[in-house]
Design a protein around this ligand. Structure first.
Ligand code: NAP
Length: 634
């Protein structure tokens, strides 16, 4: 806002998230009585979080904020001293709508970042800790996790090289360009904690915006010169004599061997397309492509198009293409749960953007609210109650209650198309698979005259179309596969040979496991980001996991120097105990239930993707590696 006036502030405040504004008022005025415990924020998934705040109460809060902001931003009244921790806790409890358990407090204070400090930035450097040593790292992948690892390791004085197969940074945000691709986590949560953007144009911004964000972060942190683009890692071998990783890379046909002390895989889980194992798949004579390899040269307009799959990707591109194609046939095996998200495609208003940037602490509290609402605040709803005696469509009374509320919302949308009900209401418990964000466009697309949903299983693909098991045959000009990724085949694009020449995938035998998703016995100085059992279902942001994981990796580099060691390797017993605990805990979660199938489970049925506990636990266990859990080679 160029000319800040009382009127311009008043206009901006019309877009305020009132609970976050109440929290900010406490900081603006030093007065905690601006919190109105009788009007707590509501976490109902369905609304905008203002709860049932009467208009008069909203107006009153806006007026108080207007006065405080005029005093501070126009009249120059300094902010009062930062509130004491007891008051911050009071605000946290208010925003969360519960008494936040004590063990959450340090975690949430860090997440809030009210002191403006980048708490996860390393507070040490190689040259001060061990002046005679150098440390180097090779990072595989320049997506969200790889860039993050590079930033943090460089902050600690570790020399990094990033090897990236693509010609650009961004990983998944570079590769997925299908129509309608956008982040399905609120953008004000989906960003590095230390690089908040006040400028997200939408609450769930589109892929080009996300790609720009990661490009911008790479440029700002001077990373591009450390990236070898269009270079593929073929394999990595641990050289025991030298205690180095030797990494074979190829670039434009030329092979080279690189060396580093640390090897960090940041290749992601969701980038190797999975095409369904259907007879005759390759015989199809029309155009056929996967959502993550979208053929922008193929014009689908006026064509007869088949879409296979109804996961998060199809959910985004089907509504985009439905109105353009002649006919669209959606082959659905399992419907996703629809999570009502009215602002899914909405712009962030100018007033909200102004507040995020200029109202002290407003952005932090808004992020905190999103964080709690989407993660640990709803964790219990997707946890099985052993005493639950209802049917298998739910796992607890709370889960059943949520189910009923979601079904009601779906029902409202189905309206005049009752045949859809049995097609789109999942029979598995909510939380079994990733819930997709719904603002009505999905069911509106399925209700179109030119759209058909087929649930009869696919029997075969022929040169002209698709045949289902009931004998029906449909002809198509194009098939789009929204069939996901080979997520449980971790690191499938390269080989990693650890101590004794053991190859990582040979060790795993199709059942990838790691300690904290990060480190594997027999593979010294090797770390994975977004590795086994670090995925989340109750939404949260995977960036949070990567930030925790990277802190641990940087901590491991420090541990090497502290111990005067050349390498460290997690103890087998530590790894095994952790994995046994993971398996037991996953069995209690919605996604671990026997009848639920998803990419979270590997071919053997084990949940190899998901973290089963609240986020606070990953934060705590990744604060720093414990020396006692490792074997050191000095
Ligand atoms: P996905 O969730 O694995 O969905 C694949 C879909 O294909 C499922 O509906 C699956 O059915 C179906 N399918 C697979 N083989 C089939 C066959 N032979 N016949 C019929 N249907 C078949 O893949 P995705 O949609 O690409 O999403 C993967 C993950 O990527 C998401 O869970 C999410 O974490 C991430 N993602 C994020 C965003 C975002 O943030 N914007 C967008 C897209 C994806 P079943 O369910 O029965 O297996």
């Amino acid at each position: 806002m160029a000319n800040l006036t009382r009127e311009s502030i008043r206009t901006a405040l019309l877009e305020a998230h009132i609970p976050s504004l109440m929290a900010a008022l406490v900081h603006l005025t030093g007065d905690a009585s601006h919190l109105l415990p009788e009007h707590p924020p509501v976490y109902d998934f369905f609304g905008d979080g203002q709860g049932d705040l009467p208009d008069a109460v909203q107006a009153d809060i806006r007026q108080r904020a207007e006065d405080a902001l005029v005093a501070h931003l126009i009249d120059g009244r300094p902010l009062p001293p930062a509130p004491p921790e007891a008051t911050i806790r009071q605000v946290m409890d208010f925003i969360a709508g519960v008494d936040i358990p004590e063990h959450y407090v340090p975690f949430l204070l860090e997440e809030l970042g009210l002191d403006g400090r980048d708490a996860k930035q390393p507070d040490w450097r190689v040259e001060t800790l061990a002046p005679k040593r150098n440390l180097s790292a090779i990072i595989v992948g320049a997506g969200m996790s790889g860039l993050l690892a590079a930033i943090r390791l460089r902050q600690a004085g570790v020399a990094v090289r990033i090897i990236e197969k693509n010609a650009e940074v961004g990983g998944t945000w570079f590769e997925n360009s299908y129509p309608g691709c956008r982040v399905d986590n609120p953008n004000h949560l989906y960003g590095y904690s230390f690089e908040p953007s006040h400028e997200w144009p939408q609450h769930y911004s589109t892929q080009p915006v996300l790609l720009d964000y990661f490009r911008g972060v790479a440029a700002k942190h001077g990373l591009r010169e450390h990236v070898r683009f269009e270079t593929k890692v073929e394999d990595a071998r641990w050289d025991e004599a030298a205690s180095k990783w030797r990494v074979t890379v190829t670039q434009k046909g030329a092979t080279e061997s690189l060396e580093a002390d640390l090897l960090v895989s940041a290749v992601g889980q969701l980038n190797q397309p999975r095409l369904p194992d259907v007879a005759g798949r390759d015989s199809f004579a029309g155009d056929a492509f996967h959502s993550a390899r979208w053929r922008h040269d193929v014009d689908l307009a006026g064509k007869r198009v088949a879409v296979i799959g109804t996961g998060a990707s199809a959910f985004q591109f089907v509504p985009e293409i439905a109105g353009k194609v002649a006919s669209l046939t959606v082959f659905q095996r399992t419907p996703p749960w629809l999570g009502p998200t009215p602002n899914y495609h909405d712009d962030v208003g100018g007033g909200m953007r102004w507040m995020l940037e200029h109202v002290p602490t407003y952005e932090s509290w808004y992020r905190f609210w999103l964080f709690w609402m989407l993660t640990d605040g709803i964790y219990e709803m997707v946890k099985a109650d052993p005493a639950w005696d209802g049917d298998t469509t739910a796992i607890s009374a709370m889960n059943a209650e949520l189910r009923a509320a979601l079904v009601e919302k779906i029902q409202e949308q189905i309206g005049d198309a009752p045949h859809l009900r049995e097609l789109v209401v999942p029979s598995y418990p909510i939380g079994g698979k990733r819930t997709v964000r719904d603002n009505g466009v999905w069911l509106a697309a399925l209700k179109r005259d030119n759209v058909e949903v087929v649930t009869n299983p696919i029997a075969k693909i022929s040169p002209t179309g698709i045949e289902t098991e009931d004998g029906a045959s449909r002809d198509f000009d194009a098939i789009v596969y929204g069939t996901g990724f080979t997520a449980s085949d971790f690191l499938s694009t390269f080989k990693v040979y650890g101590r004794g020449g053991v190859e990582l995938h040979d060790r795993w035998q199709g059942d990838a496991r790691a300690y904290l998703g990060l480190t594997v016995p027999g593979f010294p100085n090797f770390f994975m980001l977004y590795g086994p059992n670090t995925n989340i279902v109750v939404n949260g942001s995977i960036i949070f996991f990567s930030e925790c994981g990277v802190r641990y990796v940087v901590g491991a580099a420090k541990l090497l120097l502290d111990e005067g060691a050349k390498s460290l390797e997690v103890r087998e017993a530590v790894h095994d105990r952790f994995n046994a605990d993971v398996d037991a805990a996953n069995a209690d979660m919605a996604w671990g239930q026997p009848g639920v199938t998803s990419w979270y489970k590997n071919a053997g049925g084990r949940v190899s993707q998901n973290w089963p506990w609240p986020l606070v636990d990953y934060w705590r266990v990744t604060l720093a590696p414990k020396a006692g859990e490792f074997v050191f080679d000095r």
